[in-house]
Design a protein around this ligand. Structure first.
Ligand code: GDP
Ligand code: MG
Length: 218
């Protein structure tokens, strides 16, 4: 594949849903974001869109309990080309929220799994994992479940600024090994510094283009 050069140039919130009939009526290809509560998902979404307040950043885990849809426009500039593509960024509730009781947890998983297994438009799932942790049961289970659904998954190791370069590299190697990933399946990220922003956007767009995102000449 040639080196793509995509950027996110526009973003807006469109809808929150707890049921399928609340999804936005216009169908577009989707990239979903999932991870444990407090992994840095809202911060990553804001960093990708270069918008401070698009998704709500919180120090208290477990706040987002709805599926949130944002409409994004990406632009590719290569050798004078000016191509645009629109898609939905889908922010999913965090999994593994310790304070959630068993009942809530079951309800929650049903609601998420319905979305993930039922969306024909889902081109990529970005699964976020805190780089400081060892691979956790819930992360491995989630990954396996997504793969079993036939979904394409990009692993993003968040908060890489919390570790030294060397420690971050060995954590990445550990996740690669334990999850059986190739180099293209996993990336480190620091939201506050937008580290690896361009590379992650290019990977997201490559997956969406493979899955039929419509590119338009501007
Ligand atoms: N050091 C550091 N902290 C981060 C980073 N991303 C998020 N955080 C912090 O982690 C906490 C949870 O972030 P948030 O984006 O709300 O996580 P969410 O619950 O997954 O949406 C907040 O206090 C953020 O400031 C990062 O890249 N580096
Ligand atoms: Mg959040």
């Amino acid at each position: 594949m040639s080196k793509e050069n995509w950027d996110i140039i526009r973003s807006k919130y469109v809808a929150s849903a707890v049921r399928a009939d609340q999804y936005p009526p216009t169908r577009m290809i989707e990239a979903a974001f999932i991870g444990r509560s407090n992994v840095g998902k809202s911060s990553l979404i804001n960093s990708l869109c270069r918008r401070n307040g698009l998704a709500r950043v919180s120090a208290t885990p477990g706040k987002t309990q709805t599926i949130n849809f944002y409409e994004l426009e990406a632009k590719r500039t290569d050798e004078g080309l000016d191509e645009r593509a629109k898609f939905y960024l889908v922010d999913l509730p965090g999994y593994g929220f310790a304070k959630t009781n068993r009942n809530n947890k079951e309800q929650w998983s049903g609601f998420i799994s319905k979305y993930l297994s039922g969306s024909d438009n889902l081109g990529l799932v970005c699964q976020l994992i805190d780089i400081r942790h060892k691979p956790m049961e819930s992360d491995l289970e989630c990954y396996q479940w997504l793969k079993d659904c036939g979904l394409r998954v990009q692993i993003v190791l968040t908060k890489s600024d919390k570790l030294s370069k060397n420690a971050a590299m060995s954590q990445k190697a550990l996740f690669k090994r334990e999850m059986g990933l190739s180099e293209d399946d996993i990336i480190t990220y620091t939201s506050s510094q937008h580290t690896n922003r361009g590379e992650l956007i290019n990977r997201i767009m490559a997956a969406l283009v493979d899955n039929g995102v419509e590119e338009q000449e501007a």
